[in-house]
Design a binder for this molecule. Structure first.
Ligand SMILES: *Cc1c(COP(=O)(O)O)cnc(C)c1O
Length: 231
């Protein structure tokens, strides 16, 4: 049941935060609702959830349109980014987690409508340097971050990552620790960043231990993922 699962996830977040001397409020919960029907999202909203993460654009815009009247909701795009998606993302979303190219940032900056506040963005880092995964490598991060921070219609908030899966807690902590250090280095260089988007259902404790400020949880809330809808 979604309500019970939400309670359990919130308890896991709070317990882990306290264990690492962090306040439970310092870790936000993003409910990853990709592939899930609107009714599941409505149930989560009834149980106090306001932040939702989507990966498939056609599916996401239907949900955003259906729930448009609820102004409290926050929509986060977390899926792979391509040039032909930037306009819809700029017009429809509050956050984008998967930015890793200056070219995309410049398009989004032009396309973000005047009547909306700047689009919140995180730079996706390919921390495990996997060939098939999107994201920038750490050695190119500082240059990209400085350039994105100059764009007035974007608000660079921090970093996002999706590390290669590993089983042990200590192994899981390693890439998350590298992410924390990378964020601290950018902050030390003068950028005002407040977000580390990292941790999913199977590694959220390790991410929180290393400073995640937002965990992205799908199956832990909604159960096993349904088939992806065609775009
Ligand atoms: C699907 C997805 C998640 C959620 O993963 P779960 O293992 O279901 O919690 C988190 N982040 C991204 C980028 C995703 O695509």
């Amino acid at each position: 049941m979604i309500s019970q699962a939400l309670t359990t996830i919130r308890q896991r977040i709070a317990n882990t935060a306290r264990q690492y001397n962090r306040s439970p409020e310092s870790v936000q919960l993003l409910a990853v609702s990709k592939t899930r029907p609107i009714t599941d999202i409505v149930t989560a909203i009834e149980h106090g959830q306001i932040r939702f993460g989507e990966s498939y654009l056609q599916e996401a815009i239907q949900k955003i349109a259906a729930l448009r009247d609820n102004k409290a909701l926050e929509w986060h795009f977390i899926g792979p980014l391509q040039s032909n998606k930037t306009k819809i993302i700029a017009e429809q979303f509050d956050w984008l987690h998967s930015l890793s190219k200056l070219k995309h940032a410049q398009r989004l900056n032009k396309q973000r409508p005047e009547y909306l506040p700047p689009l919140n963005v995180c730079i996706q880092v390919n921390i495990s340097e996997e060939a098939q995964k999107s994201g920038i490598h750490l050695n190119e991060l500082a240059t990209l971050a400085q350039a994105i921070a100059e764009l007035p219609r974007l608000r660079l908030r921090g970093l996002m990552t999706l590390p290669a899966p590993s089983q042990s807690f200590e192994q899981q902590r390693i890439p998350f620790r590298q992410m924390r250090i990378a964020l601290q280095e950018l902050q030390a260089s003068g950028l005002k960043l407040d977000t580390l988007s990292m941790g999913m259902t199977n590694d959220m404790e390790a991410a929180i231990a290393e400073g995640a400020t937002l965990v992205r949880i799908g199956t832990g809330i909604f159960g096993k993922r349904l088939n992806r809808q065609k775009q």
